[in-house]
Ligand binder design. Structure first.
Ligand code: SF4
Length: 323
């Protein structure tokens, strides 16, 4: 999958004040390699969930395009309903949701939940669907008798396994995983992450893994994209970003995550970063991180830094020279 300058802007009407534009996702570009995992990280409000909805084509982008296997699948000119090969996109790209309980219909058995994508999107007989359900239950580590149980009869980790089984039923190439373990206990998180990695090896799956938890991301990502107020701050391979983050915002995220190595090694001094995420309705001019950045300078308040290549990754920051 490839995103090129993808964006989603919303017009927001306000009482007694002029309408404002929220740039939820603003010119985001990335590539997810076949069989690889791109982690999208940032605080809540940074645009991760909007990006997930764009990638799932739940909403059309305001601009930019998404490509799958080289083919354009959604552009500002061709909204979701009209895009080329929309039904094939739905089969090839599936989603795993954050809350494994609310995303499963409580009135349906696991069998019915897992088989549902096949009922809608395949011509398989009931018998063939049953075989596929039992096969996939085994793949996600659930026993065959789980098929007859209802969601409330499972633990949180088991429910997420059902969500994963459902997402795999159409044999997709890519899964959008929206905070898939953040609602689970720490001990269960590791089991579900290991399951996702095993399934990736077995089926050659690609993942877009959305998370606010850098400890989790370090476990699973090949590439990391750090977002702030809808923009990409740093993007590149996992290890250099974790061992020597270059963007002051990545440094802040890493330094505030317990148990994760990283920090200002190899980059500018992080110093102390203060404040909270500004309102997306009223972002600062220039660099969106300037109000919290310990290294901010005059240019930061005037000019949004373009991405520049620094030690094998892209960094949007005036501290580094443009090529
Ligand atoms: Fe800080 Fe300026 Fe870099 Fe933004 S561009 S992160 S304000 S130094």
């Amino acid at each position: 999958m490839e995103a090129r300058e993808l964006g989603k802007h919303y017009e927001v009407r306000r009482l007694f004040r002029p309408a404002a534009t929220v740039k939820a996702v603003d010119g985001v570009s990335f590539v997810v390699r076949r069989g690889g995992t791109l982690a999208v990280v940032g605080e809540s409000g940074c645009g991760k969930s909007t990006l997930a909805r764009l990638l799932m084509r739940i909403e059309p982008p305001s601009f930019g395009e998404i490509r799958l296997g080289g083919a354009v699948v959604g552009t500002a000119d061709k909204p979701a309903g009209e895009a080329v090969d929309a039904s094939s996109y739905r089969r090839r790209v599936q989603m795993i949701f954050q809350d494994p309980y609310s995303s499963l219909n409580p009135r349906k058995t696991a069998r019915s939940i897992i088989a549902e994508p096949l009922v809608v999107n395949s011509g398989l007989s009931k018998c063939e669907r049953e075989d596929r359900v039992l096969e996939i239950l085994d793949k996600v580590g659930l026993r065959p008798d789980a098929a007859d149980r209802y969601p409330h009869m499972f633990s949180g980790g088991q429910r997420q396994r059902i969500g994963i089984a459902r997402a795999l039923m159409l044999r997709p190439e890519l899964l959008i995983c929206d905070e898939p373990v953040s609602a689970l206990d720490i001990s269960i998180q590791a089991q579900v992450l290991n399951l996702l990695m095993d399934l990736q090896d077995e089926f050659g799956l690609s993942y877009v893994f959305i998370s606010h938890d850098l400890g989790v991301v370090r476990h699973i990502a090949d590439d990391v994209m750090v977002m702030y107020l809808g923009k990409v701050m740093e993007y590149g391979p996992r290890e250099p970003i974790f061992s020597a983050p270059k963007h002051p915002y990545t440094q802040l995220l890493l330094s505030s995550t317990p148990g994760v190595a990283g920090g200002p090694k190899g980059g500018p001094p992080a110093g102390r970063s203060t404040g909270e995420l500004p309102s997306p309705l009223n972002p600062p001019p220039g660099c969106p991180f300037q109000k919290r950045c310990p290294s901010a300078m005059d240019a930061c308040a005037r000019v949004m830094p373009s991405p520049r290549s620094v030690d094998g990754r892209q960094v949007a920051c005036h501290l580094y020279p443009e090529a």
